[in-house]
Design a protein around this ligand. Structure first.
Ligand SMILES: [Zn+2]
Length: 403
């Protein structure tokens, strides 16, 4: 009886914010795993608990510190995405400042209390760190389909993402403002989002465990060989999704259907993550009538749950050639030459932010800036503002086998 309950992925006890920690005796990376920032996604919380337990029982060497944090605890206890507002859309500077300033004030929503506590927990961990920081944000999706990785496109984030051996999605952070991953990425940390399959899928916890193991190994906290693959004979990566391909598939977001209040959005049944769709294909219906695909590609995160504002995304494969070009150009620090191009100038005295006049810089707009690791921020008076993603200086060395 009890066992059946514990195995039910939907059932979760309202637990502590700090799920646990491991290590901390030696200098090294601080790896922060966050699970359940959406309360109907408990698999990440379970995986963090199980990974911490596995580490506790092991005598294997460990460098740095690993911490697990629970996201939306009130929503986790009820199995809902959120209570009043989406906790993963609230990480913008004014709000964070307000939370930091407003000690003792009454929280207007359940998520305000959650965010205040989660922010305090993050601040506490970050204040104690003794090395570079890696953040792993664990999610699941309402649709079925293979797991995938979400990153802001930096070479360092790529290294962690490629280690996960699942398809990598670029450009989500330009579409979804104020996620916790954006907040942490903008502070210069390695920031990796991982979607471990469908909410209720029995394998979601195992897949998340494999992701945690991979990130800890890439960060140099553990040796991968000390922690056998959760899938028995497998190598422990989230490799189910990659079908044995050597290089991970990289896709970029091309379109995003935003649901407005009162839209009565209903996704057509049966879509799964990365399913190919044709331009003009019926994807959903809402008050305005049929919602059709605006271009051909693959569908990502079709919405099959009541809560949430993102109907679906369309993605397209980035050819390996362009990934290599991007890496070459970034290693050459090609972005230094951008301000000499016509129609491009620096934004005030922000060295990493540029203002682009698309009327002049016609043929090298968004694609070129993506290639060079820039993120589109906003358009203002017909001008495009882009800023380069950055990392604080850091080095990750593999944890070598003992001599
Ligand atoms: Zn989520």
């Amino acid at each position: 009886m009890l066992r059946g309950m514990a195995d039910n992925p939907r059932w979760i006890q309202p637990g502590p914010r700090l799920l646990g920690s491991h290590g901390g005796d030696t200098a090294g990376p601080l790896v922060i795993g966050i699970g359940g920032i959406h309360g109907n996604e408990p698999a990440g919380v379970r995986a963090l608990q199980q990974a911490l337990e596995a580490l506790r029982c092991s005598n294997a060497p460990f460098r740095g510190r690993f911490v697990g944090l629970a996201g939306n605890r009130a929503a986790l206890a009820r199995g809902r995405r959120y209570i009043h507002e989406d906790l993963n859309r609230l990480w913008f500077p004014e709000r964070i400042q307000r939370l930091r300033d407003g000690h003792g004030s009454v929280d207007a929503t359940s998520e305000e209390a959650e965010q205040r506590e989660l922010l305090a927990a993050l601040d506490t961990q970050l204040a104690q760190r003794n090395g570079p920081v890696v953040c792993l944000d664990l999610h699941t999706t309402s649709a079925a389909g293979s797991p995938f990785v979400v990153i802001g496109d930096t070479l360092l984030n790529r290294r962690f993402a490629f280690g996960l051996r699942a398809p990598v999605v670029l450009g989500l952070e330009e579409r979804l403002e104020s996620t916790i991953l954006n907040y942490l990425g903008e502070r210069g940390y390695v920031a990796v989002g991982f979607e471990g399959g469908q909410h209720d899928s029995p394998s979601a916890v195992t897949i998340h465990m494999a992701a945690i193991r991979s990130v800890l190994a890439t960060a140099g906290c553990i040796r991968a060989k000390d922690f056998p693959a959760p899938h028995g004979g497998r190598d422990g990566s989230a490799a189910e999704a990659t079908e044995g391909r050597a290089a991970p598939v990289v896709v970029e977001i091309r379109d995003h259907h935003v649901i407005r209040e009162g839209d009565d959005f209903v996704m057509e049944p049966g879509f799964t993550n990365f399913q190919p769709v044709e331009r003009g294909q019926l994807l959903a219906r809402d008050r305005g009538g049929p919602v059709l695909a605006r271009e051909s590609g693959q569908i990502l995160m079709p919405l099959y749950q009541g809560q949430g504002r993102d109907g679906f995304f369309l993605v397209r494969r980035v050819r390996p050639f362009w990934l290599r070009v991007a890496e070459r150009l970034r290693r050459l620090r090609f972005e230094r030459f951008l301000p000499v191009l016509p129609g491009v100038r620096r934004y005030a005295d922000h060295p990493a932010t540029l203002v682009v006049d698309p009327r002049i810089a016609r043929w090298f707009v968004v694609e070129l800036f993506h290639l060079l690791g820039f993120r589109k921020r906003r358009s203002r008076e017909g001008k495009l503002i882009v800023s380069r993603r950055w990392h604080e200086p850091c080095v990750f060395e593999k944890l070598e086998p003992e001599a």
